[in-house]
Design a protein around this ligand. Sequence first.
Ligand code: NAD
Ligand code: FE2
Length: 382
Amino acid sequence: MTFNTIYQYNFPTIIRFGAGSSKELGDYLLKNNLSKPLIVTDTTVAQLDFFKEIINDLKKKNISTEVFNDIHKNPVKSDVYKGTDVYDATHRDAIIGIGGGAALDVARAIVLRVNHREDLFKYDDLIGGDIYVTNDVPHFITIPTTAGTGSEVGRSAIIADDETHQKKILFSPKLLAKIVYADPLLTMELPSFITAATGMDALTHNMEAFLAKMPHPMCDGIALEGISLISQSLEKAVNNPDIESRSKMLIASLMGAVAFQKGLGVVHSLAHPLSSLLNTHHGLANAVNIPYGMQFNIEGFEHKFKRIARALELKEESGEAVVQYLFDLNTKINIPHKLADIGVKQEHIETLADLAIADFAHPNNPKPVTREDFKQLYLKAL
Ligand SMILES: NC(=O)c1ccc[n+]([C@@H]2O[C@H](COP(=O)([O-])OP(=O)(O)OC[C@H]3O[C@@H](n4cnc5c(N)ncnc54)[C@H](O)[C@@H]3O)[C@@H](O)[C@H]2O)c1
Ligand SMILES: [Fe+2]
C-alpha cells in the first residue's frame, strides 16, 4: 500500500443475518409500500418447503406474488429477457431473488433491464458499459439459499450469451440489494455435494481476495476471518450439518463476496472456462483448481501465505502447508483432485487456456499469469 494515493472502498447493504431472518420479508415489503414483487428463483428451489412457506406468508399478508423460475444453471441472456417480460406483463413493483448465485444473478440482471432496454450486453462492465446504467432500478431484495457466491451482497451479475456461452459481467452500484435476508435455516437441507462445491467457491473468494493486488486492508481482515470461519465449518456442513456450521458458512460466503471487491485471481480464471465450455458448476470448478492455483501463487508471496496458514490454524505456517490443506479438505468433502474426474480431456486444454487468458479475474492475481502458465496449470491438474 502506498500512502500518497486515494483509494475507494465500498461496503454493502443492510444485512439481516440469522436463523429465521427471512420471516421478516413480508413486514419489510409492507413497510416500504411494496405489494407486487417478482420473485426470481430456479425450478429446484421453487419446490422446496421453505420457498413455499415464504410465498404463503406473503400471501397471508395480502402481498401479490409472481414467481419466475425459468432459468439456466449457468444463466443466459434470454432468461433475463423472459423474466423482464413477466415483470412488465404482471405490473410488478419490486424484485426479490431467492436462491443460489444463478437465481440471484438473473434477479439482479432483471433489476437492470427493467429500465435499461438497450441490448443487455451493452451494459457489459468489461467494455465500460456500466456508464450506461443511469436510470432508476426497482427495489431489490436478496435471500441466499446456498453459501457460496455471496452474490446477495454483490453489485454484479454474471450472464452468458445464449449462443457463444461467453460470460459477461453486468455491474453497477445501483444493482446492490436494498436489504439481504441471510437466513442459515434456508441452507439446512442443501445436499452435501452442493454444500461442498459452493463452500469451496466461498473459500476461493476469501483466499483470492486476500492475495489480490489492490491494497485494501479492510477487505484483507474480512477475508482472513472468512477463511478461518470456513476452516471451522465446511467439513461439518458437508458431512454432519448443524445450525452452527451452516451459519458460519453463510456469513463466510457473504464475507468472501465483500472481500473480492479487491479482485479475484488465477483460480477463478482457471474455473470460468470450465463453466463456459463444459457447463461445470462454478464452485466445483474452483474447488478442483484451487490447490494448483495457490501452489502457483506461493513464490514471492510467502508472507501472505503465512497469514493464510495462521487463519487456518495449520501447524506449519507455509504456502506448501496451505496447498496440502486444500487437497486434504477436498478429500474430506468428496471433491476430486483431478480435472479428468470432472470431464476435462486433453483435447480441451488449448481452448481452456485461450478462454482463461481472456478472463477478467486474473489481472488482479498477485503474480502475472501467462497463457502458457494457464496451460501448464490445466495439464498439472488434469
Ligand atoms: N454475482 C457474483 O458475484 C457471482 C460470483 C460467483 C458466481 N456467480 C454465479 O453464481 C452461479 C453459481 O451459484 P451457486 O454456486 O450458488 O449455484 P446455483 O445457484 O447453481 O445452485 C446450485 C444448485 O443448488 C440448488 N439449491 C439452491 N439452494 C438450495 C437449497 N437451499 N436446498 C437445496 N438445493 C438448493 C439449486 O437449485 C441448484 O441446482 C453461477 O452462475 C456463477 O456464475 C456469481
Ligand atoms: Fe466464485
